[in-house]
Design a protein around this ligand. Structure first.
Ligand code: FAD
Length: 361
């Protein structure tokens, strides 16, 4: 039986572990963070993402931990409705909850926390991994699921170019039962008339809301070493005179957990495998947030790779098939993401009226 080492326990690494566990394939997961360090905000999952999760989780139980979005309402910044669209089974859940639920199915002896991969070398075409604690490891198959800044990917594809995307985000989760009740199951998104500035809000649970803003980094700047007060000031400066709902949310929020997402993408995708290493999720293909496809793509990568491993073909053939199945769809999401970015930068009256904040293949 082959041994599989998975590097990184985000959604892609953990879902891969869940699929392997379900199919009795031996593996071990190595993760840099501690077990209880569950950072992050929220995930939007289109219907397809839920289908992949339902293969490994008790989906009814998962539904109790997040909420479904029924309608997308697109507003101007002063609150005029521009368009409304029904959403088909779009689920929203906090990142920490999904990571926690996926971790529960991984037996404790199959996951090592505080284990940071430092270096990767090759001996007879097999990856040799070295960890920060001095230990090293060889394994038949390596799953690189170490996120968008993947050390493994950067060590192998040294010519790759990561470029900063002309859009960053502020994300925050706050307790606010009143606003959660007010927005019901709607996904509200407000757009500034000049373009390049939006505010989105949705309900995570009966007591929690998630809000985020997207801003054009050519027009709006926030310091690299920001504090919660800096984020609050940024929000007040740019959203303080929007319609009353937006203004009341930003004024009534606490900012300790607010986070700024600097968005990067690969100039060009690398191969999805190298020797005995396969790349999954953001390590293979960082996707910009406009697509809302980061989690679903990660789940689909691990599902498809597991199915191919079960065929027990030659490893290079398996990996080649994996890339053939996944790359075209990812390229579509990348193209869609770039189109959505261009639209976001345009003045509101030049933006299409009926776009959704999701890329469909
Ligand atoms: C802290 C954090 C918060 C996030 N919050 C959000 C959010 O609120 N909304 C959203 O849409 N997306 C968020 N994302 C991104 C989102 O999780 C991914 O786009 C998507 O889920 C794909 O996940 P992934 O498993 O491929 O990558 P990631 O979620 O980035 O997971 C990668 C994992 O690998 C681990 N790792 C990295 N380097 C090493 C190493 N050298 N050795 C061992 N382990 C390593 C990381 O600690 C992490 O657990 C977040 C990512 C992170 C890391």
């Amino acid at each position: 039986m082959s041994t599989v080492a998975i590097i990184g326990a985000g959604v892609s690494g953990l879902s891969m572990a869940n699929y392997l566990e379900k199919n009795n394939i031996e593996y071990h997961l190595y993760e840099r963070r501690t077990k209880d360090d569950l950072k992050g905000h929220g995930f939007i999952l289109p219907k397809e993402g839920i289908e992949y999760l339902s293969q490994i989780l008790d989906i009814e139980e998962l539904y109790t931990k997040g909420s479904f979005l029924k309608k997308y309402i697109h507003y101007s910044h002063n609150g005029n409705i521009i368009s409304e669209k029904e959403l088909d089974n779009v689920f929203v859940i906090s990142r920490s909850t999904l990571i926690e639920v996926l971790s529960k199915n991984v037996p404790a002896d199959k996951i090592s926390y505080n284990k940071t991969l430092n270096l990767i070398g090759f001996s007879e075409d097999k990856a040799e991994m070295r960890f920060e604690d001095g230990s090293s490891l060889q394994s038949d198959i390596v799953i690189a699921s170490d996120g968008s800044r993947s050390r493994i990917r950067r060590a192998i594809f040294q010519d790759e170019e990561m470029k900063a995307v002309r859009e960053n985000e502020v994300v925050n989760i706050i307790e606010n039962e009143e606003i959660a009740a007010q927005i019901e199951s709607n996904f509200l998104k407000f757009h500034h008339e000049d373009g390049g500035l939006t505010f989105g809000v949705l309900k995570l649970s009966p007591t929690k809301i998630l809000w985020y803003c997207q801003f054009d980094t050519f027009k709006y700047v926030i310091s690299e070493n920001y504090t919660p007060d800096d984020i609050k000031q940024f929000m007040l400066d740019h959203f303080g005179n929007w319609n009353p709902l937006v203004t009341s949310i930003i004024k009534g929020s606490t900012y300790e957990n607010a986070h700024i997402w600097r968005v990067y993408e690969l100039e060009k995708l690398n191969p999805f495998y190298h020797n005995n290493i396969a790349f999954l999720g953001d390590a293979a293909h960082p996707l910009i947030p406009f697509t809302s496809q980061g989690v679903t793509s990660a789940l689909k990568d691990s599902y498809i790779l597991t199915q191919l491993l079960l065929e027990k073909k030659d490893l290079q053939e398996t990996f080649e098939k994996y890339e053939q199945e996944r790359k075209p769809e990812i390229e579509t999401h990348i193209r869609n993401g770039r189109i959505l970015l261009e639209q976001f930068l345009l003045p509101l009256d030049q933006q299409p009226k009926d776009t959704l904040p999701i890329s469909y293949k």
